[in-house]
Design a protein around this ligand. Sequence first.
Ligand code: CA
Length: 654
Amino acid sequence: MNRFFLILGVIVLTFSQCKMKKGTSNLTSLSQYKADDLGLTFKNGIPVIKLYSPTAVDVKLNLYDNSETTPTLRAIEVKKDNYGIWTAQLLPSDIEKYYTWQIKTEEAWLAETVDPYTKLVSVNGKRGYIEDVTAIKPAGWENESYIETSPNDAVIYELHVRDFSISQNSGLQHKGKFLAFTETGSTNEQGDKTGLDYIKGLGVTHIHLLPFFDYASIDEAGDLNTQYNWGYDPQNYNVPEGSYATDIRKPETRVFELKQAIQAIHKQGIGVVMDVVYNHTSSKNDSPFDLTYPGGYYRKDKTGNFTDASGCGNETASETAHFRKFMIESLKYWAQEYKIDGFRFDLMGIHDIEIMNQIAIELRNINPNVLLYGEGWTAAQSPLPDSLRALKKNTYKLLDVAAFSDDFRDGIKGSVFDEEAPGFANGGEGFEENVKFGIIGNIAHPQVDMKKVHYSQKPWANEPFQSINYVSCHDNLTLFDKLYATNIEASEKEVLQMQKLALGLVLTSQGIPFLHAGSEFGRSKGGVENSYKSPDNINQINWELITKNKALVEDVKALIKIRKEYGVFNYGEAGKVQKGIRFLNTPQPNVIACELDGTLVDGKSEKVLVIANGGTETVLFPVDYGNLKPIYGNPKITPDGARIPAKTMVIFAK
Ligand code: CA
């Protein structure tokens, strides 16, 4: 962590908090409301439920015996305070009952809605459930804690809960469920380890799971065999998704089974990163936010219409006190109650810089190793000025929050917006500076010519760990499909060779390497570019490929091992990267060579040399290697140097 930056950030925060106080004499704002007791809490065993609804003229709490019936049990008195908070005192006998809110505006009563703060819900998230969520836990959960891997040492593996286990060849019993992560000893038909055992064997430190909060697109009561969604359509932010639980009729099951999965992953020494989508809600006018505070949680244009930086019909307003409070408390809840080790922010560029910095401070107080990163862009225009939002170009203003490097991603494999456009590893030309910029973690470096970098005009990371280095993720073509689309004449073997080079660049760069699950075994989605609701046969992990493409899997394992063994791939500080990495002149274009000085990390006179040949010809690298020897790759060494075959990477070390 950069101390100067932390101090600067605190000053900025303090200053803006002062501004906020001055501008909010209005008592209905939550900026001065410090208690974290919105939604359901228990006071001496008695349920108390609070709703923030500053513009309502009346509020009803509907109490139900179960998740299906219509008549309410009895009228509940709801009292309003000066903050715009409505409070309902219930009875101990109301535990295990269900509830909804309903508010009356100046015009009319609105539709019933689930409580935005609810932590337990009925099927499809329609009603809140009155029970103490902290009591729902597997044996030994009291001792559950975060993994102790710092962001500097992270290697992330991105996976969808259902894709992981759903295929017939997964060898896993709990197909499509959280519980698949609790299974050990699973294999494919060829006898190779599958499931969590396989992931553990790769050496990755964190499993990043696509959305597993309660999302709207799957009908949990419908036929789950015929439904699929990535889950970027939030319904209940503080509840796990029901379709991943073995029994959706019991509100406790999804909580219990998610905790079991997290416990099992932690047991392997692997952390869990949660993909969070606070930037928009699945619906606007009938979301829990809008039915309890119409318009209050969203950005609007001058004419009062919802703006749409998410491309999904709405965008949340992280600059408001109430959404800020919601977002921070929701994240703290996941971190504390479920022991989530990190968060990936979908369309982080919609959120303002200040909220991201507050989040970083709050979450780091809970877990100093918390991993925070996001997409530093939006899907469309936002009314909030660029300078205030957590865009990639503003990453240097963020405290301990990283952004995805599309500069590196597209430099390696070509633009994601043009299927046939290649990059450094698959036949493109002129991407050397993008790749070098990625290798150093998107910080400033005297040998990287920013004028030649596609996308960024200047360095955007303050420290290397602020860069998420990747070449593919769930979005767009898989790496294999992209490499194939850009080289349709190439053999499968040649495509896998490019894949190996692409992953080699990611895994030897400064910053945080991020792997899309299956990129290490040539995962294909049959060329489907956006598979967010494609069926299982497109999205599922095909576990036969870990056997078929074992050589690539073994290469990725080797690279992760080398990364962990040689400190030079992870200097951890911008100053050391700038001093430690020297790019060498190369005899031809599309070749990158860099020396990494080991004295800066282990005090030994260790030197590592990495040469990546993205060209079409073998390159002779005329360097006197002394006692350097190849520890990765297959160069042909002759007295005049080393011959590095096309589309390969070689690592030399002492
Ligand atoms: Ca759901």
